[in-house]
Design a protein around this ligand. Sequence first.
Ligand SMILES: [Ca+2]
Ligand SMILES: [Ca+2]
Length: 382
Amino acid sequence: MKPSLLVLTFLPFVASLGQSAPRATLLVNNLNKPVYLSAPKHSNDYLYILEKEGVIKLYERKSKKLLKNTFLDIRDKIKIQMTEQGLLGMAFSPHFATDHRFYLYYTDNNGDTVVSRYSVSSKIKADKSSEEILLTQAQDFKNHNGGWIDFGPDGMLYIGLGDGGRANDTKQRAQDLTTLLGKILRVDVSSEEGYQVPADNPFFESESARPEILSYGLRNPWRCSWVGKSLIVADVGQNAWEEVNVVENKDLFNANFGWPQREGTHKTRNQKAKKKNLGKLIEPVYEYQHDGNDTGGFSITGGAIYNGSVKELQGRYVFADYVKPHIWSAKIAENKFTDLKHHKADFAQNGKEIKQVASFASDPQGEMYIISHQGQIYKITE
Ligand SMILES: [Ca+2]
Ligand SMILES: [Ca+2]
């Protein structure tokens, strides 16, 4: 072979080194309706996998195996009558290494929302008897339960609740400041017991609003994530528009995400929705329509900014549609959402798309996982 041909032959290989396509590698199979996973900050030993019916399983990263021992089983506290109910969210204390505490969001035997605090006996065993219920919220209907909880950059616990359920926010909860439904809450859980409302919460001194409320006008925030000091909120639409919002922490205070007067950027015909609040209206940075195209879908699953080892995805927001087998990524910068890419082919398993993506989650090292409600956890790899 002539030297020049040799160079040419190797060029495509060299070029592909810089931008190899992302892949999804199956990590765990045969789970029972997984919805999320989490791990304490800085840890690298286990992934804590949430199964909706109320079990938290442990994936040991070193042995690449699911442990037989379950971390926690609270199936007796949960009764699922509809798919959006169950054990939905988990957040480890930012000081887990010293306080050994974590937080759960679930719907209970009555279908009502519970946010509670637990402590652990060891890294692989939660102390079930340690449960301290921090918050409860009666649910009107079985759907739209939200379920995201996470600590913010300010050390406060943030909690996302849906509007209670059914259609058109029929009970007008999302704009009603006397209920936690349809809201993002912000509370301080750093004390030994209970929680405090931070004095800078917008309704801290109000007598007519719940002081835990930070933002309102949400239909069913199904997965939010922090990027620096901004929160990315994916709100599930009704029958027309799915939306992504990016809001700086300071702008979340008294923010109105628009529901039920708006679905995405569009005015609804919801005549009953007379209740309104005057806070800053948040316009989504992205919305997609209910259709069968590659850019459409029927129920958004919010993701996160990818911070793992695959160069092509770094700094991009990865998200999905639950009903359609779409996984996308896009750039989000200065409130502009650009360069949408479909990863259908990249993440396919033997030619089959990953279906029913319930959540994305990242480990403390930044690698991202795709959680399929059908029972699989995939890791995004090169
Ligand atoms: Ca509900
Ligand atoms: Ca909205």
